[in-house]
Design a protein around this ligand. Sequence first.
Ligand SMILES: Cc1cc2nc3c(=O)[nH]c(=O)nc-3n(C[C@H](O)[C@H](O)[C@H](O)COP(=O)(O)OP(=O)(O)OC[C@H]3O[C@@H](n4cnc5c(N)ncnc54)[C@H](O)[C@@H]3O)c2cc1C
Length: 803
Amino acid sequence: MEKTTRVCVIGGGVVGVSVLYHLTKLGWSDVMLLERSELTSGSTWHAAGGFHTLNGDTNMAALQGYTIRLYRELEELTGMSCGLHHVGGVTLADTPERFDMLKAERAKHRFMGLETEILSSEEIARVAPVTNIDGILGGLYDPLDGHLDPSGTTHAYAKAARMGGATIQTHTKVLETNPRPDGTWDVVTDKGTIHAEHIVNAAGLWAREVGAMAGLALPLHPMEHQYLVTDEIPEIYERDAEHPHVMDPAGESYLRQEGRGLCIGFYEQTCRPWAVDGTPWDFGHELLADDFDKIEDSIAFAYNRFPVLERAGVKSVIHGPFTFAPDGNPLVGPVPGLRNYWSACGVMAGFSQGGGVGLTLAQWMVEGQAERDVTAMDVARFGTWATPGYTLTKVIENYQTRFSVSYPNEELPAARPWVTSPMHDIWEAQGAVFGQQYGLEVVNYFALPGEPRYETPSFRRSNAFKATAAEVAAVRGAVGINELQNFGKYRVTGPNARAWLDHVMAGRIPKHGRLSLTPMLNAAGRIEGDFTVSCISEAEFILTASYGAQAVHTRWFERHSRDGVQVENISNTRTGFTIAGPRARDVLAKVTRADVSHAAFKFLDVRQILIGMAQCVVQRVSYTGDLGYEIYCDAHEARHLYQVLSVAGEEYGMRPFGMRAMMSLRLDRFFGAWLSEFSPDYTCAQTGLERFIQWSKGDFIGRAAAEAERTQPPERVLAAFIVEALDADVQGYEPIWLDGEVVGFCTSGGYSHHAQVSVAQGFVPRDRATDGLEVEIEILGEMRPARLVTTPLLDPDRLKMTS
Ligand SMILES: Cc1cc2nc3c(=O)[nH]c(=O)nc-3n(C[C@H](O)[C@H](O)[C@H](O)COP(=O)(O)OP(=O)(O)OC[C@H]3O[C@@H](n4cnc5c(N)ncnc54)[C@H](O)[C@@H]3O)c2cc1C
């Protein structure tokens, strides 16, 4: 056995071999894989082998498309068969909401180059004749759907990897992973120790155990899952062509042809987590005992939807475990807090996603970053709050809602409330309706008196509409208050703090007492963060950015760490409030002896001010686009600060507002949002953030790429639109049509309660992005006229904000 390697991949399931193959494909040949038994000895061997592109996250769907297209390439490269059956698949809709979801997916697929199609129920009966179409409104057909041979595919990946120089060592169990001071790893196995520069945890069912060897509690958990294979069915074997897959979300089932019969699997409500206290090491090629009781209701439903099943005997039952992360997407990427330790686990659909996972991880390792925004599967989208207790509860919910409609405004209930801010009960007493962000309960809006304390999930405007309108009116008319707990916050200190910030951030680092807005770029010039930097003193700066990106940003800071600089994540220990609106200054003036007149406290100024008994940092800036202040204090002082501010705000009618109002307010000035307008998919020149780059300073990460865009401007740019919407606003990724062609897509949108119009933002070709351009935006399958606007809907001269 080799004693040293550049990369040691632990686990020879479909994911491990895909990672190995992609590493060799990108040029790293000194790589090895260790498997404790034979290849496929975890979930992989008993998978049903189905694959599909449908995924609520657009980048995940694109990676699933990549995975499926890869199989032919693998077959050609290795001469081995993956046992491919490209039979197509249809997802059924039996309610208007489900149909809305499928239409929204179809619309997204237009600019992703996926050739899906909306079918009527009659067309479904023709394409998938075993389906009883009673009550079916229509469906989404995807010609790429199909299935394969799990074992053949795993071995094809393995052969391709070997052809690229990789070694695969089976019957070698990893016992320990021990870091060396230089960031490399000793991988201790039952056959000896290997010294590896990097390790990849692709241990599937045992990923928790392998993670624990490095002190990790990875947020994933196995669930039991069952599918049945029937005896021969004449309606199937007498057909000329293979029957396509049918996904029936109402019955939580997927069905496909298997030989001369059918195969059907269920995501039953009465599901069971497996191996709660740890996956046994002696589990391998056995199955779990059949359990028909668990799927009794699902089978009864399936007999009605696919009547041929009732007449067919069951030939075999496959009941096995596979792992899920709390949101059902994989856990991929460098693990925060560890050097050279990579995750490729939590993959619940290895045959739809394995190729994309392997490609992404290999790009990250070899090239330093993935080619697209992979937030949806980044292991760092979870923090330490995703404990095993949280994970188990969420994984059960995820399994149960696998086939549910996912609405853009939906807040799933499991494992909540979990992390709360110091203000939680105060907001609750005022009628708050909460959402969850990175584990934290955040106020979405305050229900009006007599209204339910629950926002109805919908693709259209919800019951939060009126309450949100009232909160927006309070801000624009007088003053509103909103909690700042859900900001990611970092304290950067030390003698080299300014120099380090100048290197990591593309924008200007402000002088003492000022703040600035700055993008943070990667080497390819794409946006890794949009930050506010405040200079408290030459040796102390405070950064704020997205709360949900804390682990991602902390990992970035660690990667680029330097002597003489400390970065501390203070997101939960510092909190505070935004006060915004024309009377915001009056409220502030009442609670402090400091001079807060415009002459003394200008736009983008930062002041340390005593408010009541709390020593606060106050910044004159507001995401609402109005006159506003962000007031920060220590978390244990927040209730006192709120008390002082709310008493002062009473005479101006100050009222609290939540995130729904905030997201409407920001639209009035076309402000972008993290992961909508600003994300690692986009660059500064595309999104208008270029104006925040400080070209006059020295080198910074991403400078060369950003400069290249100055000489070769991007083909697409971000623009704002007023949309003639009906009862549904843009959410994101809707196609933008011009002259009968899709020319762009939306990044986000919503209703401006202030201007009383529907607003969208999105990318269009640069040469067409002129004021007044008339386009159409496809919202839930309907073409809605829209007009490009360049003048903000509020305060075009920025007088409110700046004077
Ligand atoms: C009943 C059922 C049906 C399914 N149907 C489908 C489907 O139709 N389509 C689909 O896409 N997915 C399906 N899946 C899910 C699919 O099986 C998984 O997504 C996939 O197999 C995960 O692969 P993996 O490589 O991550 O993990 P695993 O297959 O679990 O592989 C992990 C490997 O790591 C090895 N290992 C663990 N610890 C060590 C160690 N310490 N040292 C060395 N080696 C170690 C194990 O022996 C194992 O071989 C199904 C799952 C089940 C249970």
